[in-house]
Every structure is written in structure tokens, then in C-alpha cells.
Unconditional design. Sequence first.
Length: 142
Amino acid sequence: MKIIKEFKEFAMHGSVLDLAIGIIIGGAFGKVVSSVVNDLLMPPLGVLMGGVDFSFLGIMIRDATTTHPAAVFRYGVFINNLIDFTIVTFAVFLLIKAVNRIKLGGEANALPAAATTKICPECAMSVPIAARRCGYCTSVLK
């Protein structure tokens, strides 16, 4: 029964659940993007290019016979998949960019960098923060 308990702890670990949710949403997102490309973008693009349907573009390698189907080099499907990939990649880029902006709170809310120097009260020169004596006027620093 110990192995079941260990498996339950593993399966319920946050990163495993996040990964599973990401895969499920990613699969659904991929279907939506494929539909956008195949059903919304490619038909008008095909019309602009003279009525070409990219999914049917190909080069016949061997004609069909009674025993074998035709062998076709279908580069039109590759073009559709390449456009799918580009759109998905760009959408993921925009999503990650938005999440990072939210997570970091934007540049305006960024914390200032920690000071590495301080100003000598006697000569107004910049000295390292750990210095106990000014390197310019040799006055003792607090």
C-alpha cells in the first residue's frame, strides 16, 4: 500500500497536474488553430492565388493501379501545417510575454537594484558600500 500512497503523492504534485492541464489545453488550442488556418485563412489565400486549395497541392509520383493507391508528394498539406506551426508559435510567444508582464508587474513596478556605492559626506565622491574610509579624502565613513 506504500507504493499507492507514493504514486498518489507523485500524481497530485503541482507540476504534474500543471503539465497535464497544459497538454490538454495545448491539444485543444492546436485544433482551434488548425481550424482557423484550414477553414478561415487558407480559402481566401487560395482565392487570392487564383483558386488554389493548398491541401490538394501535390506532385504525382506514381499513378494509382488496381492493387496500389497513388503515391503523391503532398506539399500543400505541408504548407498548411507550416502555417499552423507559425501561428501556434506566435500565439504561445504572445501568451508567455503577457504572463511574464503580469508576473513581473511590468517595468514600472520593478524593484530598484540594490546600491553598491555610497557618497562620502566630506568630499561627495562615490565609494564602495563596504568601505570604512574614503579612498579620496581618507575620512572615516559610518
